[in-house]
Design a protein around this ligand. Structure first.
Ligand code: KIV
Length: 270
């Protein structure tokens, strides 16, 4: 096996990055080849997000993805990664029921995929589940603000915690997640000022998506930032490529070459 160029990222390394003011870069991946590319590029955290439900399986929400499917994606990613810390989402319906179910879902992910940590959406309402998972020695990343698994309660993907009541609940939930031992918290689609305030008030790193620049790190869905997914354009998204058009162009050239008998040529056969 090739020796890693950089030291392996651990939850301890992330804590030190926050202390030093080094920003944390996180992206999603769901398969071996993509994980290999982004790990090689030096990403700090890879999230095997339940956004796989949208970008890999074509569902409208993150709700349908199953624990078995998440384990399949996570194991594929783990076979590629040498340096990044790999966090896996517990999918909808596998931890909200009770803390025993939550623990057994988290244990399946850790045992069957070999991942480094799990992520759960929510605050005080899932405290018992987080406590139980943590007590088994499994690192937990929290997720507050817009929590897509609750889309049927919110009814929309608009910015969360704009009013003072919801903002105060989020502040308290962030402190609670820190207190019970989460190693980091994702803050999704909340006002930048609130995200900065929360980040300054807790000692564990915050990772923002649509939460401004005052957080300790950023996360994007890889299909969105590479422009593979071209029908999703929220204001917070920066697209670094237009791979949908580039890949479509390459496929178009291949089709043309096959049909015109240009491919394969003499050097491309035995
Ligand atoms: O599933 C996911 O990709 C996520 C990120 C958007 C944070 O939870």
């Amino acid at each position: 096996m090739k020796a890693p160029v950089f030291p392996k990222v651990t939850t301890h390394v992330l804590q030190e990055m926050k202390l030093k003011g080094d920003k944390i870069a996180m992206l999603t991946a769901y398969d071996y080849s993509m994980a290999k590319i982004i790990d090689d590029a030096g990403i700090d955290i890879i999230l095997v997000g339940d956004s796989a439900s949208n970008v890999m399986a074509g569902h409208k929400t993150t709700l349908p993805i199953t624990l078995n499917e998440m384990i399949y994606h996570a194991s594929s990613v783990m076979r590629a990664v040498e340096r990044a810390l790999v966090v896996v989402d517990l999918p909808f319906g596998t931890y909200q029921g009770n803390s025993r179910e939550a623990l057994s879902s988290a244990i399946r992910i850790m045992k069957e995929s070999n991942a480094n940590a799990v992520k759960l959406e929510g605050g005080r309402e899932i405290k018992d589940s987080i406590d139980r998972i943590l007590s088994a020695g499994i690192p937990v990343m929290g997720h507050l603000g817009l929590t897509p698994q609750s889309i049927n309660k919110f009814g929309t993907y608009v910015v969360r915690a704009k009013d003072e009541e919801e903002a105060q609940r989020l502040r308290e939930d962030a402190s609670l997640l820190e207190e019970i031992g989460c190693f980091s918290i994702v803050l999704e689609k909340i006002p930048a000022r609130l995200a900065t305030e929360v980040t300054n008030n807790i000692k564990i790193p915050t990772i923002g998506i649509g939460a401004g620049s005052g957080v300790d790190g950023q996360v994007l869905v890889i299909h969105d930032m590479l422009g593979i997914n071209h029908d999703f354009s929220p204001r917070f998204l920066r697209r670094y490529h237009n791979l949908f058009e580039e890949m479509k162009g390459a496929v178009g050239m291949y089709i043309k070459d096959v049909k015109s008998l240009d491919f394969p040529n003499e050097r491309e056969q035995y």
